[in-house]
Every structure is written in C-alpha cells, then in structure tokens.
Design a protein around this ligand. Structure first.
Ligand code: NAP
Length: 411
C-alpha cells in the first residue's frame, strides 16, 4: 500500500487585474523574470517567483501585493491568470502568512535572489498626514462631475495637456498631496472586456482645487502616438481631455501611502519632474503657498527642477513664474527650444551645485516624478553634485530612502 503523499501548501503571489494599471514596473523590477504580460493582464509565474518582494514597493497601486494559499501542485497557471478580470477567492485551506513557507518553494534550478536595494522610500515622511486609501473600487466607483476642463499648453504645440477639475459633491473623497486616483474609461477594449483602470496623480492640494471645495485637479496629456509595450494607450487620456463640463466620471481610489509631503512646514522639499509629472509638485507647492497666505510660518525651502520641451509645453508655466523666488527656487530645463542646447533637469541639478547639496544636508525631502528615463540621470546628477561637495552620496541616499525622505514615481 502506498503512503499518502503530503499536501504541500504555498503562498502564491498574484496581481489584481482589477486595480493594475499595466505600467510594467513590476515586470521591470522582478530580478528573476517571474512576471510577464499579454495585451491585457500582468501575471506572476509561480514556478519562478521566489517571494523576494522586490516588486512590491515600486508598484504604484498595490495591485501587486496579493497572495493566495494554494496546493503547490495546483497553483494558478500563467494561462489561467491571463484570463482573469478579478482575483479568485481564497480556497478553503489554512492561510499561510509571509515567512510560513520556504522562500523559494517552487523555484526549479534557480537561486535565492535578494530584493534589490530600492532607490525610493517605501515609507511616508514621519510627519505626513494619514492618507485614506482604496475607499472606492472598480466594482463600486464614486461618480465625480467635471467642473472644468481646459488646455494648459499653447494651441500650436504638439503637447495637448489639460487641467481637469473633478467635483465630488457630497461624496467623501479625502486626498493628500502626492496621492493618485484611478479613472475607469467607459466602454470595452478590443477583446470586449471593460477598460482597465488608469491612474493619475492629483495636481491639487488637500483642501481642494478651489480652497474649501470637495474637488480635485488632474494634469492629463492627450496620448496620440502608439507606443510598443503597453496596450490601448490613449484610451483614458483622450476620454478625459474630451470631457465636457457637467459630464460624470467613474473614479476609484484614493491610492498612495508613501509619496506624501511632510506636514512639518520647516522641512525642505526638492521637487524634480518632467512634463505631467509636475502634478504632485503643483499640489505640494500650492499647499505650502496657501499655508503662507493664511499667515502660517513656512520656514522650509522649496526647490523645483522642471523639464519640458519648450516653455509653451510646460504645464502651469504662467502661474509658476508668478511665485516669488523667496517662496520657491525654480530651475526650468527646456530640451527643444530652437537655437538653444538641449537641457534636462539633471543638467539644472548639476548647474545648481551647492544650492542643492546645502539643502540636501538639512531636514529635506526629495520627490521625483515623470518619465522613467529621467531616474538614472537625476540620480547621477545628485551623486555628482554630492561628490563635488564632499558628501558621501551613497550613504546619504540610503539614509534618505530609509527615513521616507526620497520618493520616486516614474512611468
Ligand atoms: P515629455 O513632454 O515627453 O517630456 C518632458 C521633458 O522630459 C522633455 O524635455 C523631455 O526631453 C525630457 N526627457 C526625456 N527623457 C528624459 C530623460 N531621460 N531625463 C530627463 N529628461 C528627459 O513628458 P510627458 O509626455 O509629459 O511625460 C511625462 C511622464 O510622466 C509620462 O511618462 C507620465 O506617465 C509620467 N507621469 C508620471 C506620474 C507618476 O508617476 N505619478 C504622474 C504624471 C506623469 P526630450 O525633448 O528629449 O524628449
């Protein structure tokens, strides 16, 4: 008689297709290539995933952080996950907690890989206000009304960037600067399935786009050109940019529990952004500006490094230049102005030299937002500036990341 084989339980790592915005960050981050995607879903291969968690903190929505206890021989396959519109319920099995299982239960012939050291903090500044999260889901979104929609960039430029104000009426939708919301475009995609969620950083401060109103602002660039990799680009941005005043929009969220600003008004803030990555910077700047206007002491220094192709394509260019230099130190980088050399935010950081390193040495928080490609150049520029000032950048960077002082959000 054969002895019964023991049932091996594993904690299977899964991605929630309902909340995922298909930004590819997890696939890029995974050190063992366990994550893959088709034209709709991002999925995790249980045979390869070793539970190293490197992908968890970079995920902007938290859709990556889902686990189900399953029998090892019965783990959800890649093919099965690619058909999902939402996650399956937990089966009737004893639930495993993180650490209950071997680190690499199913890995065949692979070796344990440690989570990569992140360039970005996974914790909020210690003095940040407490954010509300996930109040509304794709299955139960909140309806917001478009209170305004206007183009921020000059008509003759290629970049069609809109400032869109959404009003929540009597619905509870609290937000902090740096948080994001999800938008569900109406209709279905090419395969007949409802469109998935798209995420946008909020461009207004906690008290509303209009101070004291239950509304928020988004900075949305109309995407027209196709781009290999991510499917159905432009669905949500065209939908949003074309919305008339009074239209209703399905909103999900709020999202984001660490890209938050310090509540300590004496803390310095260095903001580095490209294009529509300026949204959270506008929110933080406006929060501080309103505090100062209301007579509150705002001792912390604000520095902004902002890159765009041309002045006419830089969202909020006019209002930005009206802010007094004593309130905010602005460094604009333009890459496509005729007759001028291409300049990027990293060039402006280098050029600012000691102004940056002096601030970095204090009670300072750094926020980077925009194009994925800027990350490397910005980190190199900060490292170079620190080296020139005799500051040990690797040690300072590691400390800032650990203390919730160094935040990167790029797509
Ligand atoms: P864009 O107009 O294409 O570019 C803005 C500026 O960045 C241009 O001057 C561009 O220079 C420059 N740039 C390009 N590559 C760079 C690099 N490697 N390092 C530094 N600067 C670089 O920007 P956009 O279309 O508004 O895109 C903004 C990006 O931000 C999007 O990818 C969007 O998804 C992302 N975003 C992220 C968040 C978030 O993470 N929460 C929020 C909002 C937006 P060139 O002239 O050479 O192209």
């Amino acid at each position: 008689m054969n002895a019964a084989l023991p049932i091996v339980l594993i904690r299977q790592h899964l991605i929630d297709p309902e909340v995922c915005i298909r930004c590819n960050t997890c696939e890029e981050t995974c050190p063992v290539d366990a994550i893959t995607h088709d034209d709709r879903n991002y999925v995790v291969d249980a045979v390869i995933c070793n539970g190293c968690n490197a992908c968890i903190s970079p995920c902007p929505t938290g859709s990556i952080d889902h686990w189900r206890t399953v029998e090892a021989s019965n783990a959800y396959s890649i093919a099965e996950q690619l058909t999902w519109d939402d996650l399956p319920a937990q089966q009737d099995l004893p639930e495993l907690e993180a650490g209950d299982e071997p680190a690499a239960p199913l890995l065949q012939g692979g070796q344990q890989v440690n989570a990569a050291t992140s360039a970005s903090s996974t914790r909020a500044p210690w003095s940040a206000a407490h954010p509300y999260l996930n109040l509304y889901s794709v299955k139960a979104p909140v309806l917001a009304t478009v209170a305004g929609n206007f183009r921020l960039t000059a008509q003759e430029t290629e970049s069609d960037i809109h400032h869109i104000v959404l009003d929540f009426g009597a619905n509870f939708f609290p937000l902090l600067e740096g948080q994001s919301i999800g938008i569900v475009p109406p209709g279905v995609d090419a395969s007949g399935k409802p469109h998935y969620l798209r995420m946008y950083s909020v461009a207004s401060p906690r008290d509303g786009e209009r101070d004291g109103y239950n509304n928020l602002a988004l900075t949305v660039k109309r995407v027209v050109a196709d781009h290999a990799g991510a499917p159905a680009l432009g669905v949500a941005s065209n939908y949003l940019c074309d919305l008339p005043k009074g239209a209703q929009v399905q909103v999900v969220g709020p999202f984001g529990n660490n890209y938050l600003m310090p509540n300590q008004n004496g803390s310095n803030i260095i903001m580095i952004c490209t294009g529509t990555g300026s949204a959270p910077m506008r929110a933080m700047t406006e929060h501080r500006r309103r505090l100062a206007a209301k007579g509150q002491p705002v001792g912390g220094k604000l520095m902004l490094f902002f890159g765009a192709r041309r002045p006419e394509e830089l969202p909020y260019f006019g209002p930005l230049l009206k802010l007094p230099p004593a309130f905010i130190d602005i460094h604009l980088a333009f890459s496509r102005v005729e007759g001028q050399p291409r300049t990027y935010v990293q060039d402006k950081i280098r050029a600012a030299g000691n102004t940056v390193t002096d601030v970095l040495g204090g009670d300072t928080y750094v926020y980077i937002c925009g194009l994925k490609g800027m990350e490397t150049g910005v980190l190199e520029a900060l490292a170079e500036s620190c080296r020139a000032a005799g500051i040990d950048w690797p040690a300072l960077h590691a400390r800032m990341v650990q203390e919730g002082r160094f935040h990167v959000e790029t797509y």
